[in-house]
Design a protein around this ligand. Sequence first.
Ligand code: PLP
Length: 371
Amino acid sequence: MSEPIPYFDLPAQIRSLRKDLDAAIAKTLDKCSFCLGPDVAQFEKDFAKYLGAEHCVGFNSGTSALHVAMIMLGVGPGDEVVTTPFTFVATSWAISYVGAKPVFVEIDDATFNMDPKLVEKAITPRTKAIMPVHLYGHPFDIDPILEIAKRKKLPLVEDACQAHGAVYKGKMAGTFGEMSAYSFYPGKNLGACGEGGALVTNSASFDKRARSLREHGSTVRYYHDEVGFNYRMEGIQGAVLGVKLKHLAKWTERRRAIAKIYAQLLADTPLQLPREAAYAQSAWHLYVVRHPKRDELKKHLEANGVGCALHYPVPVHLQKCYASLGYKAGDFPVAEKAARECLSLPIYAELTDKQVQRVADVIKDFFKAGK
Ligand SMILES: Cc1ncc(COP(=O)(O)O)c(C=O)c1O
């Protein structure tokens, strides 16, 4: 059998950057600036510039950034936040952490993102915010949702945790709402060597309060203006992200090229392939194909040394932790079907054309065998 193709090859990425990472981390060690500090401050500036946003506040995770966004919008017990049932569960955590209720809106079959046509119906007098997700790095359709948000005087929070470098109508996704959150979990398009996240905003007052909330509700040491958190980004992660950010545009280009190759090679298979909407340039965090025999195809790929993954096998409204919300199977048939049929193929900058070809060949063999 040929060399296995990992679903994601983080060791290859780290090997290619090792000298620069070692040097950057060594500098942080010399300075002993481990919690926030100059490396984090520099990364915040650089990432804000990359996005074309006014402010970026470094956090210890994307989940923490989303949590702080909910607090700053005054979301609390009894309130509702309109969001998507098809995402990583942390989107909803932020809503639950402040005692509010996630209200799910069905997704659009083509993009896996919240269907803008269904948002307005989900809004009630208790709604405090709208929080869609740029899932898999493909921007949700921002304009119609922003129009509803403005008309209803509701803030829009973008969960951009998978969308570093995604573009909506020529502008970076993550810069449209009151706030957005990014994750730098190691598997993301821009990943730390550990946990990391950011809150991005164009508002100076949100920026100021987020900086206080992430650091025990304090701007002057040992004086605490409100109950805060230890949500600081580590200095070493700031240094690592600074090194990696320089490569992000090139990596995103490579992901786009791979998505194009997959689209060509898999065009005549029975798979439903992901496509960019006319308004979008995806960051291609994930390349997710769909087929009713997903489980068999997954086994076939794995048996042939091709890594693949499921994002996500259970939609959030059917997760055990949210049983108390009272949703049931059949409430969001499009999301539930996506959960049954989705299969994520390898996509990362280090993946070679030859490997992409092999992934496609293994898939074609599956269908040739009459599956
Ligand atoms: C859509 C989405 N939201 C939120 C998060 C939470 O980010 P983190 O893992 O950095 O807390 C993630 C990342 O895993 C995510 O993919």
